[in-house]
Design a binder for this molecule. Structure first.
Ligand SMILES: Nc1ncnc2c1ncn2[C@@H]1O[C@H](COP(=O)(O)OP(=O)(O)OP(=O)(O)O)[C@@H](O)[C@H]1O
Length: 229
């Protein structure tokens, strides 16, 4: 469980003020909300990158942060990039091979990161976050620059990996469909200061969700209405 209590953060203006939220352990929460409402600011605080805030944060200290850009070491191979997050003494070769397989990268294991396609690079950085000994994954618009078909494939891989790795995941997105396919709970935010406008729990099993499903289409409409308000 990630708990945020009475969080406040200001830059030139008050971005977050007395804000509270809980993200359930082992579940995926997706945050949708207008540009500049404070989503990345919240992630920077949750991940420990920003310690200049007021309020209480309760989070496991092992957090993996997946950014929009891949942040791989270009001159290392896919395998070597993964090894960076493993303990040198107890390096688990099987775990590494398993995660390569889950993200359909086994055939690219010995390729330099710089030679991978954009989709493969982002898959590798997501795979690395799963392999890292963390309980919490924070993903900030990591699928933004992908076409729909690639995005759907990677979402399926993430959902499959989550079943095995049981991480607590929080995702920032601007893509309603991405949210509908990944989330156990969607939080819609408003800005100035950031607050929760609506919370939507989705009970359809993830492997049964598709974008044409009536219930999903209904939720999509509800989310558009909320976000375009
Ligand atoms: N280091 C900083 N110094 C000054 N202002 C900042 C800083 N970081 C963020 N801000 C401001 O805080 C507000 C919230 O920014 P943040 O990046 O958290 O928004 P966001 O919801 O993630 O937006 P987006 O969806 O566009 O990525 C914005 O107005 C931004 O300009």
């Amino acid at each position: 469980m990630i708990q945020v209590r009475g969080l406040s953060k200001s830059f030139e203006r008050k971005i977050i003020s007395d804000f509270s939220i809980e993200f359930t352990a082992g579940k995926t929460s997706v945050i949708l909300g207008p540009s500049g409402c404070g989503k990345t600011t919240l992630f920077n605080i949750l991940s420990g990158l920003d310690r200049d805030y007021r309020g209480e944060i309760s989070i496991d200290n092992r957090v993996s942060y997946i950014f929009q850009e891949d942040r791989l070491i270009p001159w290392l191979t896919a395998r070597e990039n993964l090894e960076l997050v493993q303990d040198r003494e107890s390096r688990d070769r099987n775990a590494l091979e398993n995660i390569l397989k889950k993200f359909h990268l086994s055939h690219r294991r010995d390729s330099m990161a710089r030679d991978l396609s954009g989709g493969e690079k982002q898959r590798l950085s997501i795979a690395r976050a799963f392999l890292h000994r963390s309980n919490t994954l924070l993903m900030d618009e990591a699928l933004r620059s992908m076409d729909l078909s690639l995005k759907l494939k990677i979402i399926e891989e993430i959902n499959t990996a989550l079943k095995e790795y049981k991480k607590t995941m929080v995702v920032i997105s601007h893509d309603i469909r991405e949210a509908l396919l990944m989330a156990d709970t969607i939080y819609v935010m408003e800005k100035d200061p950031m607050r929760i406008a609506d919370t939507i729990d989705i009970h359809i099993p993830k492997e049964e969700r598709n974008l044409y499903d009536e219930e999903i289409l209904h939720l999509e409409k509800r989310l558009y209405t909320l976000l375009l308000k």
